[in-house]
Write a protein that binds this ligand. Structure first.
Ligand SMILES: [Zn+2]
Ligand SMILES: [Zn+2]
Length: 168
């Protein structure tokens, strides 16, 4: 969904669409398209975006890699300005608002791409299927949530395993 600002007289432009962005095939995927709605206020070369993204992502647990459904209901705000304003105001009040300001490219806003970035920004570094996920055994590769393997009886952090034989 692209909003062509050159054709807009100004004022508030509502939007509503569904999107299934490519996030990160290995860790985070979109199944059913996400619902996006919001509006753009466009005046004097500045576009203020406000919106929400709702839906379900499928994310792999950071420790055991099991896919987990993760409900999202994100609110976002973005400011875009025309290139000439971006240069003028680089050090003035726009940047002082503590909001990321981006440049309007090709006199248009690519909403699907903006939404994709917002989702990526919102993802936590660690996503666990459950608080106490025991992860994958670094020795045999087994999922330690479903079965105890024998390796876990001899708990040695693999990073230190090489030191085991050393005498101090
Ligand atoms: Zn897990
Ligand atoms: Zn094991």
């Amino acid at each position: 969904m692209i909003i062509d600002l050159s054709a807009e007289p100004g004022g508030s432009i509502p939007f509503e669409f569904e999107t299934a962005p490519e996030l990160d095939e290995a860790t985070t995927r979109v199944g059913k398209p996400l619902a996006v709605r919001g509006s753009v206020r466009f005046t004097d070369g500045r576009a203020d975006l406000e919106g929400s993204i709702e839906g379900v992502l499928s994310c792999n647990c950071t420790r055991c890699l099991t896919p987990v459904d993760r409900k999202i209901d994100l609110r976002f705000r973005d400011v875009f300005v025309a290139p000439e304003i971006f240069v003028e105001d680089a050090e003035s009040e726009i940047s002082g608002e503590d909001l990321d300001v981006s440049v309007i490219e090709n006199e248009s806003l690519d909403l699907a791409e903006i939404v994709r970035e917002q989702i990526l920004l919102s993802l936590p570094e660690q996503l666990l299927c459950r608080e106490d996920c025991r992860g994958i055994c670094p020795v045999c590769g087994g999922d330690r949530n479903s079965a105890d393997c024998d390796c876990s009886k001899d708990e040695v952090d693999p990073r230190w395993a090489g030191l085991k034989g050393l005498k101090f």
